[in-house]
Design a binder for this molecule. Sequence first.
Ligand code: KG4
Ligand code: ZN
Length: 344
Amino acid sequence: TKTMTILGIESSCDDTAAALVRVGDKGAEVLSSVVAGQTDLHAAFGGVVPEIAARAHAEKLDLCVEQALTQANITLADIDAIGVTSGPGLIGGVVSGVMCAKGLSAATGKPLYGVNHLAGHALTPRLTDNVPYPYLMLLVSGGHCQFLLVSGPDNYKRIGGTIDDAPGEAFDKVARLIALPQPGGPAIEQAARAGDPKRFAFPRPLLDRPGSDMSFSGLKTAVLRQRDALVSAQGGLTKQDQSDLAAGFQSAVVDVLAEKTRRAFDHYPESANRSLCVAGGVASNSAIRTALETVSDQNEARFIAPPLALCTDNAAMIAYAAAEQAQHRPADDLTLSARPRWPL
Ligand code: KG4
Ligand code: ZN
């Protein structure tokens, strides 16, 4: 591989991000990675408001790109290509990012690559750990939940995924139900440390069905019923109740993810180097990580979890994906358009 320096741009959800990545013979290096969140803008609405997100992206993109260049101490003239998330995601945000990237490409003459956001997540273990193809990938975040067999930068086989909520969404909703703060994942993990996971018997949805599909919405309803029962019996929740509900819920999620991962290994082709990789915010949960490590050991696979900053939405993964794809396909031109729906 010839050494390439790529500018990455990401704006498909509620983070505006720009990054510079250098890819060469010795692997990849993140030169800078800037992420501007919008949590405060959406907090009052209980979820991401698409119009607010789009406007914030449009306002922040230029500054993020400028900061990424400054932090890497390079200029636009030094880059070899531009990678931008062109889907899937919220249309307004994706359009803002694509417009910004097209403008930079037109102004500098640098080639432009539209990248699938999910491909960015799925290729992250190659950016951080140089993991060889093929590998098994579990993508678990607030918006995604799927198993992929990744065999190349444009070769993904979906092995299973959620049929309703993503796990992060379930963590966030359950936290709201039992009066814990947002984001729910870290709050539940924290509360669960003091809880008894066996006090309440929560379901393990779809475990009785073959395959690696998952469901989390019934589990959330089960927590709701248990909460209501406690509230009507004693007038509210004690701190111990909160911890026990959190621990019971988390252990159900852990069991489902572990068992479905075990089954996903059935799809791994015969190969000497097996790896299980995770990405997405939920992958930062240490109970989940520990369970997945055990499943990896049982399947003689290496377990790889990228550092949290590269697990959650960022532009370094988009720059890296563009670099890999640039080895295999021509650049996009200025007709590149946003694809709000774009399965891998
Ligand atoms: O990948 P991510 O930052 O972005 C989106 O999907 O937008 O994932 C965010 C999700 C949230 O739902 C959050 O509650 C969850 O990841 N999360 C966790 C933990 N930390 C973040 N879930 C479980 N345990 C955690 N420690
Ligand atoms: Zn994402």
